[in-house]
Ligand binder design. Structure first.
Ligand SMILES: [Zn+2]
Length: 88
């Protein structure tokens, strides 16, 4: 039996766990930070280290990335305004 570094599924107890590489909410980075894994037996996804649901972490990640995105967009708009915009 293949050993995984992750805790067994909190929902069905299966050890057939795979790492989630990409999610709609976190892209490729989010699930990596949150140790997001998915149970192959029942489809439950959770934190592979703590065995807890990742919903809270997911929301925090989403909120933080939205804030960072807004800040970056704001900075870009500011630079654009300061430089008077690009004239073609
Ligand atoms: Zn399961």
């Amino acid at each position: 039996m293949q050993q995984t570094p992750y805790v067994p599924c909190p929902q069905c107890g299966s050890t057939d766990i795979k790492k989630v590489g990409f999610t709609w909410w976190g892209g490729a980075l989010g699930p990596s930070i949150l140790k997001h894994v998915k149970c192959n037996a029942c489809g439950k996804s959770y934190n592979g280290i703590t065995g807890k649901d990742n919903t809270t972490g997911m929301i925090i990640y989403l909120v933080v990335s939205i804030i960072v995105g807004c800040l970056l967009a704001g900075v870009c708009i500011l630079i654009f305004e300061l430089t008077g915009g690009y004239q073609f």
